[in-house]
Design a protein around this ligand. Structure first.
Ligand code: ATR
Length: 274
């Protein structure tokens, strides 16, 4: 997706590469980002939270969310290069919902999960005027910790934790856990007998597979299901714009991401049925 965008914008001799980052190599890999010809980086699981203290600066949004998914480079007044941690997941989610005409103001939202992705979703939606956010997470202490942070930033927001009964009254339900992600596609974060409002929108941050059990389960109960690929594309598009200063070619990125996901799914099917 990023390489297709780089080519479409005629940015020469630049390539987006995937680098595994063992925890003990974090500082070494961050030092390598200072190279003049490097535009920046993305950070993903499991480093989105632990990387914060290793960066020179962190944007207010990323600090509030407590997770970094994008690293930008800036030069200070003395000419020193700095690595800045930012978060484009919140932007990606809001744009994905907006483009599908999902109303966000005054919404009663349920977020499944309480990790970095859930925090990005919660800050994004509270910032868009959600009136109530309910956090449902396996580990209660993490929901409590996130709810406390949210309350500090949004004192008027109605917050609850682990009230599963609210699912039947929720306007928007977001899966921000990793449950249902390939290869464990038979799992859903919702209970089997869940009752949902007829006009509920459910959004799965998981994009592989595109039709998760969570989405199928919710759609079977009359809800409108939206998969996570759009959010992936929009968070990437925002990062691309921050790195390059160019307008992201969204349709090029969407086509490349869709193709890559198809290839990945074919490879997974071949692996499962050799
Ligand atoms: P991310 O940055 O992607 O949010 P994370 O911080 O590791 O990653 O959070 C993963 C989320 O998925 C957490 O809410 C986690 O629940 P816990 O806080 O209880 O660990 C949730 N999760 C992962 N596997 C799960 C499972 N099998 N059942 C329920 N929740 C699960």
């Amino acid at each position: 997706m990023q390489n297709a965008a780089l080519r479409a914008c005629h940015i020469p001799e630049t390539e987006y590469v995937k680098n595994p980052m063992p925890r003990e190599k974090m500082n070494e890999m961050l030092a390598a980002l200072h190279a003049e010809n490097c535009l920046g980086a993305n950070v993903t699981v499991p480093h989105k939270q632990t990387i914060l203290p290793h960066l020179d600066e962190v944007t207010d949004l990323a600090r509030e969310i407590g997770a970094v998914n994008t690293i930008l480079k800036r030069t200070d007044a003395d000419g020193h290069g700095k690595l800045i941690g930012d978060n484009t997941d919140a932007y990606g989610l809001v744009r994905a919902l907006r483009e599908r005409d999902v109303e966000l103001n005054e919404m009663r939202v349920v977020i499944l999960g309480a990790g970095g992705a859930a925090a990005a979703a919660a800050y994004a939606l509270a910032g868009e005027g959600a009136s109530e956010i309910v956090l449902l997470n396996r580990t209660l202490a993490r929901s409590v910790e996130l709810a406390d942070r949210l309350h500090e930033k949004f004192p008027n927001l109605s917050l609850a934790i682990n009230d599963w009964d609210v699912l039947k009254r929720a306007h928007l339900i977001i899966n921000a856990t990793s449950v249902g992600m390939s290869p464990r596609t038979g799992e859903s974060p919702l209970p089997e007998n869940v009752v949902l409002a007829q006009d509920a929108v459910v959004f799965d941050l998981v994009y592989n597979p595109p039709a998760t059990k969570f989405l199928r389960q919710a759609e079977a109960r009359g809800a409108r299901g939206l998969g996570g690929l759009d959010m992936l594309i929009y968070q990437g598009a925002r990062a691309f714009e921050l790195w390059t200063g160019e307008r992201a070619p969204i349709e090029v990125m969407r086509a490349a991401a869709t193709d890559a996901l198809q290839d990945l799914m074919h490879a997974q099917t071949r692996e499962a049925n050799p």
